[in-house]
Ligand binder design. Structure first.
Ligand code: ADP
Length: 214
């Protein structure tokens, strides 16, 4: 894939390219990039499911949420989305894999951004209970039909109402589910067609995780 992209990049440097050729080059680039993303997602899912990166450390969840949002700032402002962040003052540290937790947030927040139309609202809230952290990501996008809801965490599944032109492989939520499983957590969706969706994630806190291991 890297070689294909490299040579495609070189095309307009070795001679003049007309507008139509430039458009075709652009389409090749977009297609190769989406195949690369698909292959990467498949490899990642394989690694998570195989349990190759089960090592956990103490992670600052708030920092991870803010970092994930920072990288998506551009997309949020491009679509004029209103972001509501509702974080309690002291989110306790939890035990987990920071790279995977970041990937989980990227996929969930990325979906909220991708599926919510311009000027929409996205709310991210965290609630801390005695033994667990509850994270909710809510949008007022298209929602998910009830008959599709039980399947959206399956590999390659895309709901029947995916808006035209909104791309995806149907692997993002399968990756999210595997990451949450490997952290002994739970995820579910509540959604109303035409109104929006809320993804709720429950993750055990550090202490409870230790108790489980012992
Ligand atoms: P995709 O690559 O298609 O986005 P995902 O595995 O991330 O795949 O999600 C599976 C399906 O769940 C999506 O194709 C879409 O139909 C639905 N979905 C996920 N998140 C949302 C959301 N925030 N709003 C509406 N539909 C969603």
């Amino acid at each position: 894939m890297t070689a294909i992209l490299g040579y495609v990049d070189l095309l307009d440097r070795v001679g003049p390219v007309n507008d139509q050729q430039r458009e075709f080059i652009h389409r090749v680039q977009v297609s190769v990039e989406s195949i690369t993303a698909l292959v990467n997602d498949l490899l990642e899912l394989g690694r998570i499911e195989a349990g190759f990166d089960g090592q956990k450390e103490v992670v600052p969840l708030e920092g991870i949420i803010r970092y994930s949002l920072e990288t998506m700032n551009g997309q949020i402002s491009d679509k004029h989305l209103n972001l509501h962040l509702n974080l309690p003052a002291d989110i306790p540290q939890m035990r987990g894999n920071p790279i995977r937790l970041r990937q989980m947030l990227d996929n969930l927040i990325g979906n909220a951004i991708k599926y919510t139309p311009e000027d929409g609202d996205i709310t991210i809230e965290v609630e801390v209970q005695s033994e667990q952290i509850i994270l909710r990501i809510t949008d007022n996008g298209p929602g998910i039909p009830p008959s599709d809801q039980p399947h959206i965490f399956e590999k390659f599944y895309r709901a029947s109402n995916v808006p035209k032109g909104v791309g995806g492989s149907g692997l993002g939520l399968a990756i999210v589910k595997s990451i949450i499983d490997s952290h002994h957590g739970r995820i579910w969706v509540e959604s109303l067609l035409g109104k929006g969706s809320t993804f709720t994630i429950v993750l055990p806190l550090y202490q409870q995780e230790i108790a489980k291991i012992n």
